[in-house]
Design a protein around this ligand. Structure first.
Ligand code: NAD
Length: 384
């Protein structure tokens, strides 16, 4: 396929947060072109967004239903290859399902759906159609996160025993949803966000990061969810003990009421011989800790970094890469898979290193189990 991939977008209107991030990230490698969209639920905003992006007005739609109906009728050399779904959580399933049923690959925001049943239905559809689904767990896109995963897989730290992962934010320390803030409003509304608040919004990122680096799966949780800000309808704070499938244990914390924090996602992992420490706000350095020698600091882009991580690095060492590039790395891996895709031939998506539908189902199972665990007096609750 010697051309740019054609991308459509659902959500991502002018006033949205993550849609513009996706558009920039998808554009970084020059492999993807945005050709159409149903960008907003606000009347007129989809058109305004299309105009601002210089899109062909004929391919700017008011609803995603209209978009897929029209796109699938276009000739093969014009219609989209895939769609990016960047709407609030309750509008992930509908467009993803319709896209797969219309023959289009899907990139969808996390959490993959509103509830676990929807996630499982998408898993079945992906299996039935053989089409690709990428899930934007952004933080797995950082080169040093890939390096960490490789070091664990290569046994550098020995068997993993302990994981501490934290995602503290502070932006929901007040009742921001009461002020009409768009991003706060749907995130704190159970009808739009799902059964989890902070746990679905950022707890899923923390759990996914721990599992991605260690290659392990969380099997049980002992969780406490809190709603700290009076008047809020969903959890805004969580702490939990976690167990992994190799017997390792850990502590996971995700909160949106840690006043003053930005996006301080950080992780520490320890095995029999040593461990690592990585912070999202300083993503180009990682500390390695050893039982038998002094600590080391490794840096993105240096000659000693593995090819696995170099494949996802664009600038020379010391020219910092960040959030947009990490996002772009998910698109890079997904694009490679779309280019290799042949109808009727099942691709092994594990070879491409992007989060997919299985991660999405596991993420929804995690949210559901944490909510159950928090309500129960039982010590441990097993994941579905
Ligand atoms: P937002 O409220 O800023 O934007 C949502 C956009 O979707 C708006 O433009 C809205 O008009 C549009 N929309 C809503 N319903 C629609 C419909 N039926 N059809 C078309 N457009 C519709 O939300 P956000 O903060 O950008 O979050 C969107 C999604 O991205 C959420 O699922 C969130 O969890 C996820 N997210 C992921 C990351 C990450 O790091 N991967 C970061 C932020 C948000």
């Amino acid at each position: 396929m010697k051309r740019k991939l054609r991308m459509g977008m659902v959500g991502g209107g002018l006033t949205s947060f993550i849609g513009p991030v996706h558009r920039k990230a998808a554009g970084i490698d020059g492999e993807i072109e945005l050709v159409c969209g149903a960008f907003s639920i606000v009347p007129g905003e989809s058109k305004a967004t299309g105009d601002a992006l210089y899109l062909n007005p004929n391919r700017v739609y008011e609803t995603y239903q209209e978009m897929f109906e029209a796109e699938k009728k276009l000739p093969a050399d014009q219609r989209i290859d895939f769609v990016s779904v960047v709407t609030p959580n309750h509008v992930h399933f509908g467009p993803s399902k319709m896209a797969l049923e219309s023959g289009f690959h899907v990139v969808v925001e996390k959490p993959i759906s509103f509830n676990l049943d929807e996630a499982k239905e998408l898993q079945q559809l992906v299996s039935k159609t053989g089409l690709l689904l990428g899930l934007t767990h952004t933080y797995t896109g950082y080169p040093l996160v890939k390096e960490a995963r490789k070091m664990v897989a290569d046994g550098k730290f020995g068997k993993i025993r302990k994981v501490f992962v934290e995602y503290p934010q502070g932006w929901l320390s007040t009742l921001l949803e009461g002020t009409g803030n768009l991003q706060a409003s749907w995130r704190t509304d159970p009808k739009q966000s799902g059964m989890g608040g902070a746990i679905g919004d950022i707890g899923t990122h923390a759990a996914n990061l721990a599992e991605y680096i260690t290659g392990l799966k969380i099997t049980e949780v002992c969780a406490m969810l809190n709603t700290v800000v009076p008047g809020r309808l969903l959890d805004d704070d969580s702490s939990m003990l976690i167990k992994f499938d190799n017997g390792a244990s850990g502590v996971l914390m995700a909160t949106q009421v840690a006043a003053g924090e930005e996006n301080n996602l950080n992780i520490r992992i320890y095995g029999e011989k040593g461990g690592l420490e990585w912070k999202q706000e300083e993503p180009n350095s990682m500390i390695l800790k050893w039982l038998d020698r002094p600590k080391e600091i490794i840096r993105t882009g240096m000659g000693y970094i593995s090819q696995d991580a170099k494949n996802f690095t664009r600038t020379p060492a010391g020219h910092p890469e960040g959030y947009l590039e990490a996002f772009a790395n998910i698109y890079r891996a997904f694009t490679k898979a779309v280019r290799d895709y042949k109808p009727g031939v099942k691709l092994n998506t594990k070879d491409y290193d992007f989060p997919g539908v299985d991660d999405g189902v596991h993420g929804m199972s995690f949210v559901q189990t944490v909510v159950e665990s928090s309500k129960s007096n039982q010590k441990w609750t097993k994941l579905d």
